[in-house]
Design a protein around this ligand. Sequence first.
Ligand code: BGC
Length: 765
Amino acid sequence: MKKKNLYFLLIILLIINVSCKENSQNNLGKNTTNSIDSKVAELLSKMTLEEKIGQMNQYNGFWDVTGPKPSDGDAAKKYEHLKKGYVGSMLNVRGVKEVRAVQKIAVEETRLGIPLIIGFDVIHGYETLSPIPLAEAASWDLEAIKKSAQVAAKEAAAAGINWTFAPMVDISRDARWGRVMEGAGEDPYLGSKIATARVKGFQGDDLSSPETIAACAKHWAGYGFAEAGRDYNTVDVGTSTLNNIVFPPFKAAAEAGVKTFMNSFNELNGIPATGNSYLQRDILKDKWNYDGFVVSDWGSMNEMIAHGYAKDKKQAAELSIIAGSDMDMESYAYVDELANLVREGKVKESLIDDAVKRILKVKFELGLFDDPYKYCNEAIEKEVTGSQEIQEAVLDMAKKSIVLLKNENNLLPLKKEGQRIALIGALASDKNSPLGSWRIAAKDSTAVSVLEGLQKYSGNTITYSKGADLTLGKTEFAIELQINTTDKSGFTEAIQTAKNADVVVMVLGEHGFHTGEARSRADLGLPGVQQDLLEAIYKVNKNIVLVLNNGRPLTITWADAHVPAIVEAWQLGTQSGHAIAQVLYGDYNPSGKLPMTFPRSVGQIPIYYNYKNTGRPVLPAPNEVFWSHFTDESNTPLYPFGYGLSYTSFMYSNLIVNKVSEENVDVTFTLKNTGKVTGKEVVQLYIRDVLANVTRPVKELKGFEIVELKPNQEKTIHFNLTKDALGFFDNAGEFVLEPGEFKVFVGGSSQTVLESGFVMEAKNE
Ligand code: BGC
């Protein structure tokens, strides 16, 4: 090109660039010397009431639906609202092309050109999937969990997304609830650490980086305590449990700087969370001084009508804004009703201003005003999606998530050569189920199956026989799963395959869509004909390695009593089969520990390690019934919280508890690898506050560390307990530390092996 032409072209490009920017940003966010707060204030002062309310309105994209379709919303209305600037955010818009298309309307066609914040359920990965969050929690590996969130953010950001609806930090003690797969299990201490790791992973140190996205702590609050574990059901939780069990992971997320919260579908003690001022204003925004914004869950404003709390959509909008819900996800309540409510004097405009400020602040922090298309680069999308770095991170996470539940006679690890292996179960060859439940952006059937993994890592002869289908018909996010409960026609072939094998690997459990939202179960056994298949195979070959794929604790009592080796492999995501094969062959020594108690039977639920002692904890005399127990079931779990084996063994000794000063206690002990191979142990420290003004649990996790030791190697482990660990929230919600006796326990699970204690004297005031 001639120099003159080049010059001409440059001028043109410059003009286009300047005018585009002016048009798109209206000079917003350009004054870099201003703080974000003043930029927000300046912008707010230019906005009409309708434009402000628009920022509080979030629509689902035009493609995917993750909740019931609203009756009064349609694509045409969404387009019209987008063009008018009545939409502040969209969800389920995916891929650079789609994101750019909606962002272009917001930025270039509306009066103020305010960019959209694009939300998506990046729960355990975007297109490349890591293990389900409950599985990741089983690693207890905070660095790996952070890395997993970090690569998920990178992949999502490269596809145009700048806000994830994760982490879910709901504590749950009820495995019937399908959404336990999405959380970190039953413990508030572990849950808080994981919440922090995930928030930091998603958001990084710099939210304006094109590789990080805003996170969302959900569901505020109590959602994991749905009665009977039935999703969306009533929640009635006492003060002590709320303060000490439900709230802490949310507080940890807020302290880690999580940019947004999502409220929950449930009512909490009679008040739906979306209309709950105690939760959203008193605790979150006032007591915790939280300055991010709260998005309502899908349609939850309108659902207050069904709850019997709002008479119509207008009142739902009024109750929601007064209670502190800043953004409306798919209820069309704010966009349709708020302006009139303000004009009628029912809602103060200052409430709207506060909500809009919170939302705009996050948009500024993301850097969307500097470049609304910063997440929209096709070349980066192509380069990052499914990259080597992401595949390696999800494989690493998957291996660390596996929990060895049983290993009699060292059946595991399998030999790499010369073993005839029968591989049985529909899940063994399934490339779709390991992707789990939240995988909206993943391509179907892109996981590595166990069959593929086993074939890759050994020279053994592997004979695969399905045995029976697990599901029938469609397996989709929004559709009820059909389980095969009758067809056993494949049993004969599977039995024959098992007869001819040295070892039988059976992959059984739940399909990826059998857990997750709206997937509550009343029976926690192996679904369909799988239990019958297991027992039929056991009759001809007892050398069974049972690999479980599931999204929640199961009542596998029969398997525990009969099958010699059991591996908890959850739903492990894209690299599932590779991770499982590496563990089965001993290339990777498992170190995962259960983040949730496994019950013996459903009747024990809720069952959790940090229970209260009750007034009648023990058998008073032989044959007397007057103690807290079942007549037909033990009180103990099948596998306790914190439990998990290794291919090596560990010994704990020399527990010493030293009071350095009041409110500061040193705990040391020795850990030794007593087995034959190098292994990692998650050492766990628990306390019990023996006497208090509000009764305390029999055990509470207060510290853990992953320790790797070679055979015969030993190490002194050190923990320090301070006020944060020793105190608790009283029923007025105040954090207190009461003097008196404390017990200290250490071990490799909540069924600890060493015990000591100390007394904390009352301070002389
Ligand atoms: C879920 C949320 C999710 C939202 C958007 C709701 O049904 O409860 O956790 O983020 O849909 O997909």
